[in-house]
Write a protein that binds this ligand. Structure first.
Ligand code: CTP
Ligand code: CA
Length: 225
C-alpha cells in the first residue's frame, strides 16, 4: 500500500482509544496528575476514523478539540477511565491504551480544602494502587480475536523493560518510547518501537505522532484479518 493513501481497512470495525492523563483528586482544589498531553491518543483516534473505523475515544483531562466523527467520552480519574474502557471494550475489535494512568491515587479525598497550620509540619499523603486497566482487559478479552495495544514510556533499558512489560500486561502489542527532553510529552513528534507478543519488533523513526498512529493501525489491521 502506497504511503499517504488512506485505505478504509478498518471499515466495519469498532476501536477504542484511551488518551490523556488521569487526575487523582486530593481535595476540591488539588490533584495528582501527569504530563500526558493526549496528542498521541487523539492522533490514533483521528487516523482510525480516517481508515473507516467507528472510534470511541476515552479522553482523560484533555483540552484538545474533539476529532470529527469520533465518539468522545470524557473522564477524570483512573477509576472513571476503567469504567469507561470496560464498557466500550465489551463490543470492540481493538483497544489502544494510550492514556497515562496514575498508578496510585490518594487513599482519602478531603471534601474541604486542606489547610496548613502555622505550627505544624504537613501530613504525609497516603496513596493506594489504582486498577491496572490494560492487564485487566488483556486477561479477560471480551471478544475472541480482540487486539489489545498498550503504551510504555521508559527512560532506561527501553527494550528489555518493554519486553517484560508486554509479557506482564498480556497485550498483543506494546508501543515503547524513550522519554527524553524533546520527545513524547507535549511534543508533536514521537519515536518508538512497537513490540509484538509474537516476537515482532517494528521501529518507527522520529516523526509526527500521526505516523506512529498509522503504524499502530497497520499492525492492528494485520492481526484483525
Ligand atoms: N495502564 C493501565 N492501568 C494502569 C497503569 C497503566 O491500563 N493502572 C496502561 C497504560 O495505559 C499503558 C500501559 O498500561 O498502556 C503501560 O503503562 P506503564 O505506566 O508504562 O506501566 P506500569 O505497569 O504502570 O509500569 P511502571 O511501573 O513502569 O509505571
Ligand atoms: Ca505506570
Amino acid at each position: 500500500l502506497a504511503r499517504g493513501v488512506t485505505e478504509p481497512d478498518l471499515k466495519g470495525r469498532h476501536v477504542v482509544v484511551s488518551a490523556g492523563g488521569t487526575s487523582e483528586p486530593l481535595d476540591p482544589v488539588r490533584f495528582l496528575g501527569n504530563r500526558s498531553s493526549g496528542k498521541q491518543g487523539y492522533a490514533l483516534a483521528r487516523t482510525a476514523a480516517a481508515r473507516g473505523a467507528r472510534v470511541t475515544l476515552i479522553a482523560a483531562n484533555s483540552t484538545l478539540p474533539d476529532p470529527a466523527g469520533v465518539d468522545v467520552v470524557p473522564v477524570g480519574t483512573a477509576v472513571q477511565l476503567r469504567e469507561a474502557v470496560l464498557k466500550a471494550t465489551a463490543e470492540a475489535d481493538a483497544v489502544v491504551m494510550a492514556a497515562a494512568v496514575a498508578d496510585f491515587r490518594p487513599a482519602a479525598y478531603a471534601t474541604g480544602k486542606i489547610k496548613k497550620k502555622d505550627d505544624q509540619e504537613p501530613e504525609p499523603i497516603t496513596l493506594v494502587r489504582n486498577p491496572d486497566i490494560l492487564a485487566e482487559i488483556s486477561a479477560g478479552r471480551s471478544r475472541p480475536g480482540q487486539v489489545i495495544v498498550g503504551f510504555a514510556a521508559e527512560t532506561d533499558d527501553v527494550l528489555a523493560n518493554g519486553r517484560a512489560k508486554l509479557k506482564r500486561k498480556g497485550c498483543d502489542l506494546l508501543v515503547v518510547n524513550e522519554v527524553g527532553e524533546r520527545k513524547t510529552f507535549g511534543s508533536e513528534e514521537n519515536e518508538a518501537v512497537v513490540l509484538g507478543a509474537d516476537g515482532s519488533e517494528t521501529a518507527v523513526p522520529y516523526g509526527p505522532k500521526e505516523a506512529l498512529a498509522e503504524t499502530v493501525w497497520d499492525l492492528v489491521a494485520e492481526r484483525l484479518s
